[in-house]
Ligand binder design. Structure first.
Ligand SMILES: [Cu+2]
Length: 149
């Protein structure tokens, strides 16, 4: 009995399960409320990785597919470009924000409603999978700290 308890304690304190997530930090994730479920949703966040890594794919139960997009501006026309992966140089903040790189939630199962919280799983080449909860802000929101609504 005492041996069994000790093993449980050791497993709980084991740093191995938490180690993967600590190499990447996800800062201030948020999504913008969507007008219609038929339109794709957008989510934004800042990623910091302690070592060189790459964001390989993103999934969410609320969308059929989550794509990594960049926004290119040519002659005042914004165009979205799909990335297969996103490079995360060690120690550098990679910012996904309106008008720039973003996560596009394609095929929403339902409209993203302000106040909802959406699970999103990010898969990194080295850090593995990290699941975060993304709050949905208003349709006109610019970010978690400067919501203009
Ligand atoms: Cu997009």
């Amino acid at each position: 009995m005492r041996t069994a308890l000790l093993i449980v304690a050791v497993l709980t304190l084991s740093p191995f399960s938490a180690m993967a997530e600590e190499t990447v930090r996800i800062i201030e994730p948020w999504a913008r409320a969507s007008v219609l479920a038929s339109r794709p949703g957008a989510a934004y966040l800042t990623i910091e990785s302690a070592r060189d890594d790459r964001l390989l794919s993103v999934e969410s139960p609320v969308a059929d597919r989550v794509m990594i997009h960049a926004t290119e501006n040519n002659d005042d026309v914004n165009r979205m470009v799909h990335f297969d992966a996103l490079d995360l140089p060690a120690g550098k903040s990679v910012v996904l924000a309106p008008g720039g790189t973003h996560l596009m939630l394609m095929g929403l199962k339902e409209r993203l409603i302000e106040g909802a919280r959406v699970p999103v799983t990010l898969r990194f080449e080295r850090a593995g999978e990290v699941t975060i909860t993304v709050p949905v802000l208003g349709i006109g929101a610019r970010g978690p700290t400067e919501d203009i609504q």
